[in-house]
Write a protein of this length. Structure first.
Lengths: 426, 259
């Protein structure tokens, strides 16, 4: 018997070669995209990871009554606002002798963060019994010291005149370090405070909450509107010239650059309706405008994929159009519509341009408590920090990007989970 | 037997029915009577319009935007295309079983209970359960699924799914059941079960079945209508049509020369 299955003709060999070659094209393409992604993630990770730690300096503080509360009234507000700079300085001078000149004293104090005095004020106001005692207090170091301790400023490499941290400052830091008065700890402030001019005090909470409130508004507006529009267009509207025009325009809207939606929000929501500027309310409304076409298009394609047999079955039993739609078609389409919505919102979460137009780009220190408080958003915060001259903001920028990416990935995972969980086979 | 049939008043009459899809005419001037408590088979080659004609009886063609129906179709003496007719009520009197079994992605129980629920046919939970069980029994499915009523209807075999769809249609208590090639996706055993079922169902219901299988039409129906190219070529007693057709086209079709 001839071995038909084992003989290969030249054409066969060519076909196999083409097959193999094409597979390799695909693998190479995937390899390139994955390596770019890894490169991006590792770069951001190594730049940003430092921001999750913060350098602290131990100062032995004597809470002398004459300095803090000369009147002895123990009034919380005045305790907070008292001048803690001298007692912090005294604490530092115990370890670092010789800094007695006015200029040296100022430089010595600059080892500590501007926030250190506020921190002490909080502490004393909360516990007035501290007055008259002495205690070792850990306060935040300044951003420059922080960077030096983390090894991000190399005094060998950068000449002294180009550094903010002079040789003498470095010597002082080394003294403190030698006496065990410098340590790094987890940077809780990054997650619990708003923006600040000082990198060591700046946090992401204000921006994260701003993003959260904006997305909440965006969801509340875009989800029902988008779903209802899609259901109406797909299930009820008779095909006509008008529905064709609407369809084309929805597709066009999906392609409109997001900054245009920002301009629209500025012109209509702010200038015409006089809604409060820089608030998640308006931000969310603008993002909703931007997300709507995406949700409508995704929902319509999902509705279209619901088999006609399901509609026929319900209609054949005497269900009305609305019963058919809401008992059978929409429940079947819901997982897909939710996925489309979440992906649209994930895009909205990363959107900066429209928010710039409606003033969510302001320097906001306070943490917003509601949708009408002024706020900024995560991507805008990243933009603001990336734009700041202080070196300490570099790692904050990367850290904020990590937070934003984490949120995006979580949202996408949630979308996949919803789809898997709710999906039923038809 | 044939005199007995003629004596009965037809439950449904179609007179001079034309159906258009856009500009294309799918049904041309068809008149047909559907006798009560009998099985009427509509046969003909693919694309001859038999399904389109069937879908006129419960106005399922309404869902197709470009479809227009002209002519007069009466159900129990009432013009079903009268603008005052409530399609929902009409379809609860005239049920339908489709070519491809299309159970809802819900439990077996909910599949059957859906019709009674939307038409508020049950007074209580027990009553609803009663309706569901009776319908499943009539569809000859109860014994096979009695212990798994809460499992999805889509988990059943093809033949069982089709019987579930029949049970679902019965649950609304219609007078007529339209069947659009109900066995075309089933194996011979499942087909035989459904044919047997139809035979027992005709005591209580009037059945109109579209089929492309002449043997099936010969086996189950008492009346047969042969369609060709959108026209009704011939209709009458099944026995007469298959043994002694009047028209040459019918002769050609049943002997396999066109199709």
């Amino acid at each position: 018997m001839p071995d038909y299955l084992l003989t290969t003709s030249p054409q066969m060999a060519k076909r196999h070669a083409r097959h193999t070659r094409f597979q390799w094209y695909g693998r190479i393409a995937i390899g390139i995209s994955i390596s770019f992604m890894l490169l991006m993630f590792t770069a951001i990770f190594f730049r940003g990871i430092g921001a999750f730690q913060k350098t602290m300096v131990a100062v032995d503080v004597q809470f002398t009554e004459s300095q803090i509360d000369p009147s002895g009234a123990r009034d919380a507000t005045s305790l907070k606002q008292a001048n803690y700079k001298p007692i912090l300085l005294q604490g530092l001078q115990q370890v670092i002798p010789g800094a007695t000149e006015r200029r040296d004293r100022n430089n010595l104090y600059k080892i500590l963060s501007n926030g250190a005095a506020f921190d002490l004020g909080e502490r004393v106001a909360n516990n007035p019994d501290l007055i008259g005692t002495s205690e070792r207090v850990w306060v935040a170091a300044s951003s420059e010291v922080d960077l030096y301790v983390k090894g991000k400023i190399d005094p060998e490499e950068i000449p002294e005149e180009l550094r903010r941290l002079k040789d003498q400052d470095i010597a002082w830091v080394e003294i403190l370090r030698a006496s065990g008065q410098i340590k790094k700890k987890f940077n809780t402030a990054f997650f619990t405070s708003g923006d600040s001019r000082n990198p060591e005090m700046a946090g992401i909470l204000s921006a994260a909450l701003g993003s959260f409130f904006s997305l909440l508004i965006c969801f509340l507006i875009a989800f029902p509107l988008g779903i209802l529009t899609a259901v109406y267009l797909e299930e009820y509207a008779k095909k006509s010239r008008l529905t064709d025009i609407i369809e084309v325009n929805i597709n066009n809207l999906a392609a409109v650059p997001s900054i245009v939606f920002g301009l629209l929000g500025l012109a209509i929501f702010l200038n015409f309706f006089n809604l409060p500027r820089s608030t998640p309310l308006v931000g969310g409304m603008v993002l909703a405008l931007m997300t709507l076409p995406t949700i409508i298009i995704a929902s319509r394609s999902i509705l279209r994929s619901v088999p006609q047999a399901t509609r026929d079955a319900a209609l054949g039993l005497g269900a009305s159009k609305t019963q058919t739609t809401f008992h059978h078609v929409v429940p079947l389409a819901m997982p897909g519509m939710l996925t489309g919505t979440i992906l649209g919102m994930a895009r909205a979460l990363g959107e900066t341009a429209p928010l710039l137009m409606i003033g969510m780009v302001a320097f906001i220190v306070d943490v917003p408590k509601g949708v009408t408080d002024v706020a900024t958003a995560l991507p805008v915060q990243i933009f603001l920090w990336a734009d700041s001259p202080e070196k300490g903001f570099v790692e904050l920028t990367s850290a904020a990007i990590m937070v934003l990416l984490t949120f995006l990935i979580l949202m996408n995972i949630f979308a996949v989970y919803l789809r898997k969980k709710l999906e039923r086979r038809w | 037997m044939s005199t007995d049939m003629q004596a009965k008043q037809p439950i449904m009459t179609a007179r001079n029915v034309d159906v258009f899809y856009g500009k294309k005419q799918a049904i041309d001037n068809v008149s047909l009577d559907i006798p009560e408590n009998q099985i009427t088979a509509l046969i003909g080659p693919s694309g001859c319009g038999k399904s389109t004609f069937l879908r006129c009886f419960n106005r399922m063609n309404d869902t197709i935007q470009i479809c227009r129906v002209k002519g007069d179709i009466q159900f129990a003496g009432q013009d079903i295309y009268d603008p005052k007719v409530d399609v929902v009520a009409l379809r609860s009197r005239i049920g339908m079983v489709f070519q491809k079994a299309n159970p809802f992605p819900k439990s077996i129980f909910d599949n059957v209970a859906y019709g009674p629920r939307i038409h508020s046919l049950s007074e209580s939970k027990d009553h609803l359960e009663d309706i569901v069980i009776t319908s499943l029994k009539r569809a000859g499915l109860y014994d096979e699924v009695s212990d798994r009523l809460d499992e999805p209807g889509t988990s059943l075999s093809g033949g069982q799914q089709q019987r579930l769809c029949i049970a679902r249609a019965i649950a609304v208590d219609p007078q007529i059941i339209l069947m659009d090639e109900p066995c075309s996706a089933l194996d011979p055993i499942a087909t035989a079960i459904i044919e047997e079922l139809m035979d027992s169902m005709k005591e209580k219901y009037t059945i109109v079945i579209v089929t492309h299988s002449m043997q099936q039409a010969a086996r189950v129906s008492q009346q047969t209508a042969f369609f060709h190219l959108g026209e009704l070529v011939e209709s009458g007693d099944t026995e007469a049509i298959f043994t002694n057709p009047e028209q040459e086209r019918t002769q050609n079709y049943i002997s396999g020369r066109i199709g």
